[in-house]
Design a binder for this molecule. Structure first.
Ligand SMILES: [Cu+2]
Length: 264
């Protein structure tokens, strides 16, 4: 079952950057707006719960998520016990996706976390975000579109484990040195996608259309919670492919090339 699920995911992930349909053309996935975008709101007996993201439409890959909690009078709460849980209900089963639990951020007054969506919304497959505030749970439907370039890589490793490597998209890229950040998770089962630390990632940028790379890149290193940070040097604008060779702590190569595609 696990393997079937993994293969379904791989098939859909492949589908996301080839010619498969995306019926969610407006707004485009991943296009950021100056303010946070409200994805939905729901009420419990005691709370009004509103879910936000950086983009009006979520996309396959890493999305930051924000939860605002208000009491019945509209006062914003900073002390509630808040958790999120993404869930996709497909015709024959349901599953989750890698996510980062929310925590309160005093700077914004929001509880912030993230989800790495492994597949887009499809005809019979709907995503929802379960949000629980002090034991009171709501489910807010969300739509996930397909990002125009491959910002998530789902592939089988040499140890027959399925790995999910995802790019944290910055608001903008620039010509020259850029900070670059990824997450790595694995699929344990349909509900569990643990973050993986202490892997070695060898990053090699390439411009596929022109057949050259760039110098002075710094391969991403583990910074905890499944995150890896490095620096990428884009010597010009255009199409860039970040080749990522992923090895475990003993040096065994798990993924020969979990590449990510960028266009700017
Ligand atoms: Cu699904």
């Amino acid at each position: 079952m696990r393997k079937i699920f993994a293969l379904v995911c791989v098939a859909i992930a492949l589908c996301t950057y080839t010619s498969c349909k995306s019926k969610n053309n407006d707004p485009k996935p991943g296009i950021e707006t100056p303010a946070k975008s409200q994805l939905g709101t729901a009420s419990t007996t005691d709370y009004i719960i509103t879910l936000y993201a950086d983009t009006p439409l979520l996309f396959t890959g890493y999305n930051r998520l924000y939860v605002k909690v208000q009491d019945a009078t509209g006062a914003v709460s900073s002390t509630a016990n808040v958790s999120i849980h993404p869930l996709m209900e497909m015709s024959t089963m349901s599953h989750s996706t890698p996510y980062e639990q929310v925590s309160y951020d005093a700077a914004t007054g929001l509880y912030s976390g993230a989800a790495v969506f492994i597949m887009p919304t499809a005809d019979d497959d709907a995503w929802k975000m379960e949000v629980t505030v002090n034991g009171q749970k709501v489910a807010i439907p969300v739509t996930v579109g397909t990002f125009p370039t491959k910002v998530i890589s789902i592939s089988m490793g040499s140890d027959n484990t399925t790995y999910i490597v995802s790019l944290l998209r910055p608001a903008t890229w620039k010509v020259g040195m850029n900070d670059v950040e990824f997450t790595v998770h694995k699929i344990t089962d349909m509900m569990n996608f643990p973050a993986l630390d202490n892997l070695t990632i060898e990053m090699t940028p390439e411009m596929p259309s022109m057949g050259h790379g760039s110098p002075n890149n710094i391969s991403p290193v583990s910074t905890g919670k499944g995150h890896y940070k490095g620096k990428v040097n884009y010597t010009m604008t255009g199409d860039w492919r970040l080749h990522l060779k992923v090895s475990d702590a003993s040096g065994t190569v798990l993924l020969q090339d979990a590449f990510i595609d960028i266009l700017f």
